[in-house]
Ligand binder design. Structure first.
Ligand SMILES: CC(C)(COP(=O)(O)OP(=O)(O)OC[C@H]1O[C@@H](n2cnc3c(N)ncnc32)[C@H](O)[C@@H]1OP(=O)(O)O)[C@@H](O)C(=O)NCCC(=O)NCCS
Length: 164
C-alpha cells in the first residue's frame, strides 16, 4: 500500500457504511422490525423475549458496555446487533460478547453485517476492552463464514452441556 493510501486508511472512520445506511442505538419504535427480522430468520416469534431484551439493552440507553444497535436503510430497519462487556465470566478478563446479529435476508451481502459488527466493536473499545467473543451453532456455516471474514478465530474455551 502506498504511503498516501495508508494515511487515508488510517484517517478513515472505523465504520464505512453505504451512503443510505445508518447504524444507531435501537429505539422503541424499532422493536416490531427487530421481531419481524428474527421471526423471518429463525422461524419462531419471541415477542416477550425481545421486549425483555429491549428493556435491558435498549432502555438502558446504550452505554459503551451494553449495546443494542440497529442498521437502518431507506427508513427501514434491516439488521441489528446486541452485545455487552462481561467481566471475569468463565474466569476471563473483561471482554465484549456479541450474542445476536441478524441482517434481513433481502439486505444481505451489502456490508451491513460488517458495519454492525464494526460498530459494536468500536463501542467495546470505548468501554476499554481489547477482545470480542461470540458463540455460534456448529452447523451454522453462514454465521461462521461471516465471523471468520471479520477476523474472528477459535477461542480457547469449550462449551459443555447436558440434558436436565
Ligand atoms: C451473517 C450475517 C449477519 C451477515 O450479514 P451480511 O450483511 O450479509 O454480511 P456482509 O455483507 O457484511 O458480509 C461480510 C462477509 O461475510 C461473509 N459472508 C456473508 N454472507 C455469506 C454467505 N452467504 N456465504 C459465505 N460467506 C458469507 C463474506 O466473507 C462477506 O464478505 P464478502 O461479501 O466480501 O465476501 C447474515 O447473513 C445473517 O443475519 N445471517 C443469519 C444470522 C443468524 O443465523 N443469526 C442467528 C444467530 S445470532
Amino acid at each position: 500500500m502506498s504511503r498516501r493510501k495508508a494515511a487515508r486508511a488510517e484517517a478513515a472512520p472505523a465504520v464505512r457504511p453505504r451512503s443510505d445506511l445508518s447504524i444507531r442505538p435501537v429505539r422503541r419504535g424499532d422493536l416490531e422490525s427487530v421481531i419481524a427480522i428474527d421471526t423471518q430468520v429463525t422461524g419462531l416469534e419471541k415477542r416477550d423475549y425481545w421486549r425483555a431484551v429491549y428493556r435491558r439493552y435498549g432502555e438502558a440507553a446504550s452505554t459503551p458496555s451494553a449495546q443494542f444497535l440497529v442498521a437502518e436503510a431507506a427508513g427501514e430497519v434491516v439488521g441489528f446487533v446486541i452485545g455487552e462487556v462481561r467481566d471475569w465470566e468463565f474466569g476471563a478478563p473483561p471482554c465484549g460478547w456479541v450474542f445476536a446479529i441478524d441482517v434481513r435476508p433481502d439486505a444481505r451481502l451489502a456490508g451491513i453485517g460488517t458495519g454492525l459488527l464494526e460498530s459494536i466493536c468500536a463501542s467495546f473499545r470505548r468501554a476499554g476492552v481489547r477482545k470480542v467473543r461470540t458463540m455460534l451453532a456448529s452447523d451454522n456455516t453462514l454465521i461462521l463464514s461471516f465471523f471468520r471474514s471479520q477476523g474472528m478465530m477459535a477461542a480457547p474455551f469449550i462449551p459443555l452441556e447436558k440434558d436436565l
